[in-house]
Design a protein around this ligand. Structure first.
Ligand SMILES: [Zn+2]
Length: 152
């Protein structure tokens, strides 16, 4: 139900952090009473080595629409395509295009399209701008790493 845009091959680090199970509750994981889910008070957290952004399917569809890309559940943008995508993001953010894509996202799917109609929840222009900026961070990181961007 969500799509993650990430720098290809960046991978994750595994950090061991204090267990937070039941944090703030009387029954919280403690040295005297472990929760049973952690390793003696430590749990693993996967931290991406490069920025990545996770968004709901509808948000990803709207973002792809703004970028002029077909809305696919997964895909890859090669390094060579990233400058053009970043220019489209800048253009979309600096002009008044987003309201129009808000509409396009509403209209995504529905009768005659062969796709279920997407009920568009809470994706306004401000949110779409934010998601585009988040995505641009991922694209910039991929360029710095000379890598492609994958999503799915
Ligand atoms: Zn625990």
């Amino acid at each position: 139900m969500s799509v993650t845009f990430a720098v290809a091959g960046a991978g994750h680090d595994v950090e061991r952090v204090p267990c937070t199970f039941g944090e703030g509750e009387e029954w919280a994981c403690s040295p005297d009473a472990r929760c049973g889910y952690c390793d003696n008070g430590l749990e693993e957290r996967h931290v991406p080595r490069a920025p990545e952004v996770n968004m709901a399917n509808v948000s990803a569809a709207a973002v792809l629409d703004v970028l002029g890309e077909t809305s696919e559940p997964f895909g890859e943008w090669p390094l060579a395509q990233l400058p053009a995508l970043r220019r489209r993001i800048v253009r979309a953010l600096s002009t008044n295009q987003l309201a129009q894509h808000e509409q396009a996202a509403y209209a995504h799917g529905g009768p005659g399209t062969g796709h279920a109609r997407v009920v568009f929840a809470g994706m306004d222009e401000a949110r779409l701008s934010r998601r585009l900026r988040d995505l641009d961070t991922v694209l910039a990181a991929a360029q710095a790493a000379q890598a492609s961007v994958v999503w799915g």
